[in-house]
Ligand binder design. Structure first.
Ligand SMILES: *Cc1c(COP(=O)(O)O)cnc(C)c1O
Length: 219
């Protein structure tokens, strides 16, 4: 199957309102170009800063690409990520959030971000637990410049379909709860990868992040 056909197949399974982010780690720029031209993709997700910068350079002639940073973000790379990505999905702790907020203000940027949460206490090391995020709400509300748009999650491997649905729904319910009880509007849910996007969409995902489901398996 071609990239275009794989993308078309995904779109047959999900509402057209869902934002499909093509996760292009280890995908070479030529295939990304094909994804843009043939597949109509404008949202690209990268998890390694240096790899992303190289590709952004090589694809600089393509208009209207929205770059999403989805990998673990070290504090010392925050500035560079802010200047090269419109979205950061992987804001996984309060001090990183506060740093991004300060830097964005200095840089006159208003990045869109998601807070990364762990739906289950699991091997996925990064992110707030759902309980921890509730405790930080008043701190989140103090952010002035970053646009906190929603929550992001990555589920551990090996869950049943029912467990996936339960975990994604818990993230959705938390976003709703916080939106109701605070000044935050967590309308975006970045959840679902190649192995679990159908369950994520059923549970209310607004953005899915697909790599292997579009490009074939990674080494
Ligand atoms: C790699 C990656 C994805 C995509 O995973 P696939 O299984 O290839 O779809 C999604 N989100 C994050 C954060 C990733 O690192």
């Amino acid at each position: 199957m071609s990239i275009r056909e794989r993308i078309a197949k995904v779109y047959q399974q999900i509402p057209s309102t869902i934002r499909l982010i093509a996760v292009t780690k280890q995908v070479d720029p030529q295939r990304m170009r094909e994804t843009y031209i043939e597949g109509g993709i404008r949202d690209f997700g990268e998890s390694k800063l240096q790899e992303a910068l190289t590709k952004q350079d090589l694809l600089g002639d393509l208009d209207n690409i929205c770059w999403h940073f989805i990998g673990h973000l070290q504090a010392n790379k925050a500035k560079k990520v802010l200047s090269h990505f419109q979205w950061i999905h992987s804001v996984d702790n309060l001090s990183l959030l506060q740093r991004l907020d300060r830097l964005a203000q200095e840089m006159h940027l208003q990045p869109s971000i998601c807070l990364q949460v762990k739906a289950l206490s699991d091997p996925n090391k990064f992110g707030w637990t759902l309980e921890e995020l509730r405790l930080d709400i008043s701190e989140l509300e103090k952010c002035q410049t970053v646009q906190i748009k929603g929550l992001m999650t990555i589920l551990p491997w090996g869950l049943s379909n029912q467990e996936k649905l339960t975990a994604f729904s818990a993230v959705r319910d938390l976003a709703k709860d916080i939106s109701k009880s605070s000044s935050l509007s967590l309308n975006e849910l970045s959840m679902g990868m190649s192995g679990d996007y159908l369950e994520a969409v059923t549970s209310g995902a607004t953005m899915i992040r697909l790599g292997q489901g579009i490009f074939g398996s990674r080494e």
